[in-house]
Design a protein around this ligand. Sequence first.
Ligand code: PSU
Ligand code: MN
Length: 319
Amino acid sequence: MRRQNQLMRTIEQPAGSTLRPSPEVAEALAQGAPIVALESTIISHGLPQPRNLEVAVELEEIVRKAGAVPATIAVLDGVARIGLNKHELKRVAGEPGLRKLGFRDLPAAAALRVSGATTVSATSFLAARAGIRVFATGGLGGVHREWADTQDESADLDMLSRTRITVVCAGVKSILDVPATLQRLETRGVTIAGFRTDEFPGFYLHTSGEPIDWRIETPAEAAGIMRAQDALGGPESALIVANPVPLEDQLDPALHDRVLAEALDAAEREQVTGQAITPFLLGYLVRGTDGASLEANLAAVRGNARVAGQIAVSWSRGN
Ligand code: PSU
Ligand code: MN
């Protein structure tokens, strides 16, 4: 017995020191209470200051109103934190030079005691490791329009193809090649269900115009798909619940197309590539639309946090 305890400690220690749930999240996990993971890159790199902190706080409130515990995920001083307090949220929103951490950056950040915000790929991995099944974000990463030249495909897609997590999002960011991204998701075996829609949402826009195969009407139906994933027993891929921004909150499509074309030109001129391209394009759109893209982005994320909370509640009731 003592030997077994010792063994447990050696196994748990590395995980314990690199992955730390907040007291509230730890308690919710122990009780099987509904929890929604929230990512932090959208706060640090996706939204302008000082609005980003307000939004971080607001998203947590929306999850709570739906009856679930929010767990914003970020790496602070090398430790992956699952659930942040107000002071820690402030660090994510305001710390100068905070890094953007994809899944592959996590070991280096842990070993070198670096702080950073987590993308969808890193957040889904950490949430699943912590035992959280539902996650809300804005728009996923995906295949970039210049893929043939750059091979730039977000690590989000790979991670979602091998992680059992439900991600509520407004589709993929419209700066991407949406049909190519949908094709990749099909090839990699990621289930997509439209939430009260037959079309894949367009992030800032209500629809991307691309059809999707499955439509659900209720959070309970999403929880039902999750239970069926478990019953089937694999593979370990994600469920994407695609929840469009309401039509009345979307960015004007003509304005979107015009400013996005300018943004893509500017990125090419300034040779922005790699991790920097997504924040660059999102920032360009915010300025080029006088903040209208920001409002559409926020409306989308708010809706996703709400639906994710409802799905988490339905999921935890049935488990
Ligand atoms: N959704 C938003 N804004 C964002 C992001 C998502 O509304 O900024 C972030 C997510 O963290 C996503 C990342 O994982 O952008 C994609 O970056 P990349 O294309 O470099 O993989
Ligand atoms: Mn990329």
